[in-house]
Write a protein that binds this ligand. Structure first.
Ligand code: IMP
Ligand code: MG
Length: 177
């Protein structure tokens, strides 16, 4: 068990399980996009560790860029999403894969995908490490999902609780008291 600020968290997904699932996602992408160039857009801050491990296992020519939307603080999703920032080149005629740490309500990813589609990409798909089916109310269902998890708060492997815990190698779940 670990403590981050005022809350306690327990190990939920171990490092080896995470790495195995990341490899499996990379293998699926390698086979689905065989012979195609992919532009990966990783959503900051939470997806930095997932994106880094995943793209190391991509075989074809690819590019990676980082985009950012509104921040998320505390343990309840605010549902508030700002503009997409950090996108420096056009996605027109590109195969785009958006990399997310977690899709919760799905509002963030809906906003990102609709902004990207306005720029006429060849395709846009979403690859998320974690997915909370019970919380999801979005239009854009992720095509690639690492783990479907219960509707509870998780940290580690890039994900934060009030900016703490991003450095952890494993995913931890909030311990309800
Ligand atoms: P959305 O509700 O799908 O729009 O989720 C937006 C963002 O909230 C995600 O990209 C995460 O950064 C953050 N988030 C959602 N659930 C969790 C969680 O359990 N732990 C940490 N961050 C979360
Ligand atoms: Mg995020």
């Amino acid at each position: 068990m670990i403590q981050l600020n005022d809350r306690y968290f327990e190990v939920f997904i171990k490092e080896a399980e995470l790495q195995e699932e990341v490899s499996s996602l990379a293998n699926k992408i390698n086979s689905d996009y065989h012979g195609k160039d992919v532009l990966f857009l990783a959503v900051l801050n939470g997806s930095f560790m997932f994106a880094s491990d995943l793209v190391k296992q991509i075989n074809g020519n690819c590019e990676i860029s980082f985009v950012k939307v509104s921040s998320y603080s505390g343990t309840i999703s605010s549902g508030r999403v700002d503009e997409l920032i950090g996108l420096t080149s056009s996605v027109e005629n590109r195969h785009v894969i958006v990399l997310e740490d977690i899709v919760d309500s799905g509002l963030t990813i809906d906003k990102i995908v609709s902004l990207l589609k306005a720029d006429n990409p060849l395709s846009v798909k979403v690859c998320t490490l974690l997915f909370k089916p019970e919380a999801f109310k979005g239009k854009q269902h992720p095509e690639y999902i690492g783990f479907s998890i219960p509707n509870s708060f998780v940290v580690g492997y890039g994900l934060d609780y009030d900016e703490k815990g991003r450095n952890l190698k494993e995913i931890y779940q909030l311990k309800e008291v």
